[in-house]
Design a binder for this molecule. Structure first.
Ligand SMILES: Cc1ncc(COP(=O)(O)O)c(C=O)c1O
Length: 391
């Protein structure tokens, strides 16, 4: 089997998709036309097997990208969606019916929680939130009608790393589908199917695309769950533009080197932050101060550019002064692109149901981009000067 760097270069480039080119071309189509009844019958019979049938089932651009993602994540098949959020909501709907129950991790991405609250509840699907650090203790929360155990590891903003295999083992004992938001792991640093995950979802918008110019989601499933995921996603009308898939595939080619650099720069910045008196704690999975750090050490092969820290001081005026003057760390809600981003959160507790946020001051989330790391440290250092001056 090829090493991971080789996989990012070669994944999805089967001769039937590339037809002699290095990159599988952008193949745009709604309609596929057939010259004979026989050809049409063949397409109908093989429509779920990467045979041209109708635009929504995909063209060769889609087939190449989905092959690449399935290979990177290690699943039986991958489906694409117009955003990461669409991937999460559709993958959940694919396995749920009225009367079911979902166990949702308390630090899930906010729109995932909103979907549970605003959509699933209206379909008579109950949701219970659980502590990300619950491990095998999740068994006590599983009900007769629990259908999905949803994980996100590390979790949004607060970065707790979950014991995925312990949760998956218990969930499978009760016939639940184990679904993971694997956007942080990107299929690179965490291999979901080796740890008992059934369906791995990614906001490909982040590191897969890597250039902050495409919205895209993926869901990759193991052999058992792939047919249901694929057919229900198709029935719900999900597909993605071949132009976007082409750009995402271009992103995959540099995934290895980009993540390596994001990781290196973020670790350097996190170590520098550790020495600053303005910082209360570092929430980076590779640091022992991050809850679930031992699971990171056990299950992940590396990290990336996204982590958080908690300020030891600061009021709104101080934080505003710090953020307003940043040169490289711009404020923005996404991450995973080549550029650095910064986000301040004052209200972590308001986004949690069953866990208690123990810190007094704001959480700052950084996405460390590909700029020179010393420029980034200077930017943060000047930010702390503005924070201190405003207090
Ligand atoms: C962990 C995580 N999952 C899912 C998403 C949703 O992705 P998208 O913005 O493509 O809908 C995001 C976006 O920020 C995210 O951070």
């Amino acid at each position: 089997m090829s090493k991971k760097e080789t996989v990012y270069v070669s994944a999805g480039r089967k001769p039937q998709w590339t037809r002699g080119l290095v990159n599988p071309p952008v193949e745009r189509a709604s309609t596929v036309v057939f010259d004979s009844v026989e050809q049409m019958k063949h397409a109908v019979a093989n429509k779920s097997k990467q045979v041209l049938y109708y635009g929504r089932r995909g063209t060769t651009t889609n087939f190449a990208f989905c092959d690449a993602m399935a290979e990177i994540e290690g699943g039986a098949g991958c489906y694409v969606y117009p955003s990461g959020t669409a991937a999460i909501t559709t993958a959940m709907l694919a396995f749920l019916k009225s009367g079911d129950h979902v166990l949702m991790v308390d630090n899930a991405y906010e729109p995932t929680r909103a979907f549970c609250q605003n959509v699933l509840k209206g379909f008579n699907i109950d949701v219970t939130y659980y502590d990300p650090l619950i491990g095998a203790g999740i068994e006590a929360l599983i009900q007769e009608n629990t259908k999905i155990v949803f994980l996100e590891s590390p979790g949004s903003l607060t970065m707790e790393v979950q014991d995925v295999p312990a949760i998956a083992e218990v969930a499978h004992k009760h016939n639940c589908v184990v679904m993971l938001d694997n956007t942080w792991g990107a299929g690179v640093n965490f291999k979901p199917f080796d740890y008992g995950v059934d369906v791995s979802v990614q906001a490909a918008t982040k590191y897969i695309v890597g250039h902050s110019d495409v919205m895209l989601g993926t869901a990759t499933a193991n052999e058992k769950h792939w047919p249901v995921l694929r057919e229900k996603s198709y029935t719900l009308g999900m597909c993605a533009s071949p132009d976007d898939l082409y750009l995402a595939m271009r992103g995959i080619r540099t995934l290895g080197v980009r993540l390596q650099q994001h990781q290196e720069s973020a670790l350097k910045i996190a170590r520098w932050l550790e020495s600053r008196e303005e910082v209360e704690t570092i929430l980076h999975p590779a640091f022992s101060s991050c809850p679930g750090h031992e699971m990171f050490t056990r299950d992940f092969t590396g990290s990336n550019g996204l982590f958080s820290f908690v300020l030891s001081k600061g009021n709104q005026a101080g934080i505003t002064a710090m953020l307003d003057g940043m040169s490289h760390f711009k404020m923005g809600y996404s991450w995973g692109g080549f550029e650095s981003l910064i986000l301040a959160v004052n209200s972590v507790q308001s986004m949690r149901t069953v866990t208690t946020w123990p810190y007094e001051h704001a959480l700052i989330r950084l996405h460390v981009g590909l700029e020179n790391v010393d420029d980034l440290i200077a930017d943060l250092s000047a930010g702390f000067d503005r924070l201190n001056a405003a207090l």
